[in-house]
Unconditional design. Structure first.
Length: 314
């Protein structure tokens, strides 16, 4: 079965909306300037595809992606090359995305050359500045990727994304491969950079604990559909969708007065290529009703921008 995806992204510097993303066939969300939108779900849920589609690293089979009023899928290669400056990506494994034979200085200079930014001297200066803002040293410029730790490599990946002064950064599990102690350093760095450069983030993760502190809003995806989307605090305090509730029950909480039982989901995640009819979550849902097997619940705003797709909530 073909996945049909539409991801309209609107907005711009003067608009309050930087993005609206509609995934598959009934999901849409806005990304506001300067915010971090967390996208969470198990592997195969479509969160990476969503992120990559926005950058056109992945071509949706149909649909539309708009950014700042431009329809990205209709842009020529040349126009997309220019627009891509505004839309950058940080990958899970920075090592895999850094050329092992290139010095860090060359890795960071490359996007500047591609986009025709500055002369050789200005680019050299900018590379040193980039190293500084991500917490690395100018001596690092002449080293190769293998000479860095995982955390440092992710700083290099972030510096490279930052080099062309993007507006939106899609970070696809940027800390998943790092030790927990290093994770928070990289998350703090990303928050500092967001404030400093007015960045908007779409931050993809496979569990709710990683995105808790960095996100302003969080969207939960399941089998290529958004099942819940709301403000961060609202999601963690008042999760409406049974899948979100199950995910959250696995997140340790510091408050012992809140007695939250671990909800164990039955069965495996079905193939995203052939999702169950009706509510795609129904084979694993503890609250499944007859209607859930037949009718797909609409993704609707339950008030104050708390979106959910579940027949229990109407
Ligand atoms: Fe569960 Fe039905 Fe809600 Fe789906 S629609 S999450 S099966 S209660
Ligand atoms: Mg933030």
């Amino acid at each position: 079965q073909e996945l049909v995806k539409t991801f309209p992204i609107h907005g711009g510097i003067f608009s309050r909306k930087v993005g609206e993303v509609r995934a598959v066939d009934q999901v849409s969300f806005d990304v506001f300037p300067g915010e971090t939108l967390g996208l969470v779900g198990e592997s195969g849920c479509g969160k990476s595809t969503t992120g990559r589609s926005i950058l056109r690293l992945y071509e949706p089979t149909s649909g539309e992606i708009e950014f700042e009023g431009k329809s990205l899928l209709k842009l020529s290669q040349e126009e997309m090359r220019r627009t891509r400056r505004d839309l950058q990506m940080v990958f899970q494994d920075p090592f895999a995305s850094l050329n092992p034979r290139q010095k860090i200085a060359d890795i960071l200079e490359e996007p500047l050359i591609v986009h025709g930014i500055g002369n050789a001297k200005e680019r050299k200066e900018q590379v040193l500045e980039l190293l500084r803002v991500v917490g690395l040293d100018k001596h690092h410029a002449s080293r190769y990727p293998h000479q860095f730790s995982g955390g440092q490599r992710q700083r290099i990946g972030i510096a490279r994304a930052l080099s062309v002064k993007p507006k939106l950064i899609v970070a696809d599990e940027p800390v998943s491969a790092l030790d927990v102690s290093i994770q928070s350093q990289v998350l703090n760095l990303m928050e500092d950079l967001q404030e400093q450069f007015g960045l908007t983030y779409i931050f993809i993760a496979h569990d709710l604990s990683v995105v808790k502190h960095i996100s302003d809003r969080v969207g939960v995806m399941y089998l290529g559909r958004m099942v819940e989307l709301t403000h961060r605090d609202e999601l963690y305090q008042n999760p409406l969708h049974p899948y979100t509730q199950a995910l959250l029950s696995a997140v340790p909480i510091p408050n012992p007065e809140v007695n939250r039982e671990r909800i164990l989901l039955q069965g495996d995640v079905p193939s995203p290529a052939d999702p169950p009819k009706g509510c795609a979550f129904h084979p694993r849902c503890p609250y499944v009703m007859d209607v859930c097997k037949k009718e797909r619940p609409e993704f609707v705003d339950k008030g104050n921008g708390h979106f959910v797709a579940c027949h229990l909530i109407s």
